[in-house]
Design a protein around this ligand. Structure first.
Ligand code: T4K
Length: 404
């Protein structure tokens, strides 16, 4: 079934194009994962070792360190806790410079510990923190930079490293999106003082909930490992205040089962990226975010920008797609600096511009090449009937936000 007239569009009253919803962030439960996981869960139950640095967690840490290109890895219950442990283990205090264009969890990790996140604007080409703007934000209270490899695209790591060294700042990378990504042939996990990956359910490799701190600094790793487990360094020895950020054995098992499918998932995501890039090519005002030739990617986020030249604005296009069961998202609208949690008047024009343009389209193992072709054809069709769509949407009620 495809659409012939504007009134065939679901947003104008027609039937949705897809029977089942297509999601951004659908967990990748590929062939074999179920059996691998259930086998390991049986092992865990038989062993009666459920948490506290058990054998599954140790295996998971070795696998992640290998992929990250780092000497040390500490598994965590999630990336937000991992970032907090990294901040404490790297002894970052006072003010930390953070991009605003990120998931709120990045800024929260700092502010929840009593630090002040100082929001920095982004480079519009990469959506990552603009290194040219960092130095102007440094004050006598600044002790660190918390940069994000957004969408898995590596930050300007050399320039950030150079500034940090000269100004004696720590660098922590929020690598929540960046498992398996490299820049200039270097895996991003060994860069800065520490990097933190996420293995949340919505990440392409998942541990249900999970995170991992990776570093080449042995002393930092030792502090992080202890801080993750209440600061314990011996049975009755507590060397630092700590928290409970441990990964459970079942999460590690899920992480291991999911890591086994990593290459398959990256290949599927890459095919989808190629399909979307071809299918949306030539549409006015629509750009699929690409990658630099010296970067390696996991393609887990399919990021499109919809600018002023497009016949439909980003939000109208989102309504058109969601009505057809294409559950696109607007990550990370409106930017942390515009959230009630972070009142202030900082001006970040590139963050505002990106937040107004971005749209993430569904990808992952549950999205096949035929789905991608149909989504692209839908965008094309909606653009061809833009006048009717705009008129129809203007008179229709705003739908309730859809999740799940
Ligand atoms: N830094 C960055 C840059 C991050 O992006 C994140 C997390 C963090 C740090 C913190 O990492 P963690 O502490 O979580 O390890 C989701 C995730 O909850 C969040 O982990 C992720 N970033 C963010 C980008 O996406 P929401 O609010 O969009 O989640 P939600 O519940 O709307 O789920 C997204 C879509 O995924 C749903 O539309 C349906 C699908 N889904 C979701 C879940 C949980 C499923 O199909 N199955 C599921 O089990 O934040």
């Amino acid at each position: 079934m495809f659409k012939h007239e504007a009134s065939d569009l679901a947003v104008l009253g027609g039937p949705p194009l897809f029977d089942k919803r297509l999601y951004v962030g659908r967990p990748n439960v590929g062939r074999g994962l179920r059996d691998r996981l259930l086998g390991m869960v049986r092992e865990i139950l038989d062993s009666r070792w459920l948490s506290n640095n058990g054998p599954m967690v140790q295996r998971f840490e070795r696998r992640v360190a290998e992929i990250a290109g780092s000497e040390h890895c500490v598994a965590m219950c999630n990336a937000t806790a991992g970032l907090q442990v990294a901040i404490r283990a790297a002894r970052v205090t006072g003010e930390v410079i953070v991009p605003s264009f990120t998931f709120p969890g990045t800024a929260h990790a700092a502010s929840w510990l009593g630090l002040t996140p100082v929001f920095c604007d982004i480079d519009p080409a990469t959506h990552n923190i603009d290194p040219a703007l960092i130095e102007d934000l440094i004050t006598e209270r600044t002790t660190g930079i918390l940069a994000v490899h957004l969408w898995g695209r590596p930050c300007a790591v050399d320039r950030i490293g150079e500034i940090a060294e000269r100004r004696q700042l720590s660098v922590i990378y929020d690598a929540a999106h960046a498992l398996g990504c490299t820049t200039g042939g270097r895996p991003i996990g060994g860069l800065g003082d520490a990097s933190v990956y996420s293995f949340h359910a919505t990440k392409f490799v998942t541990a249900f909930e999970g995170g991992a701190l990776v570093t080449n600094d042995a002393a930092l790793a030792e502090r992080a490992r202890a801080m993750t487990n209440f600061g314990l360094t011996g049975e009755h020895e507590v060397s630092w205040p700590g928290t409970n950020a441990k990964m459970s054995e079942v999460s590690a098992a899920m992480g291991l089962a999911s890591l086994d499918a990593m290459a398959e998932i990256v290949a599927a995501n890459r095919d989808n990226w190629v399909g979307y890039s071809a299918g949306l090519a030539g549409l006015p005002g629509v750009t699929v975010l690409g990658f630099a030739p010296d970067e390696q990617h996991n393609y887990q986020y399919l990021v499109v920008e919809v600018d002023d030249r497009a016949p439909l604005d980003r939000d109208t296009l989102m309504r058109v797609l969601q009505a057809e069961k294409v559950m696109c998202r607007r990550y990370f609208y409106p930017g942390c600096h515009r959230l009630a949690a972070y009142p202030g008047t900082v001006s970040l024009p590139q963050t505002d511009a990106a937040a107004a343009r971005v749209l993430q389209l569904p990808t992952g193992l549950d999205v096949g090449p035929d789905d991608v072709r149909r989504v692209c054809a839908l965008v094309r069709f909606a653009f061809e009937h833009a006048d009717e769509v705009r008129q129809g949407v203007a008179t229709a009620r705003e739908p309730a936000p859809v999740r799940g």
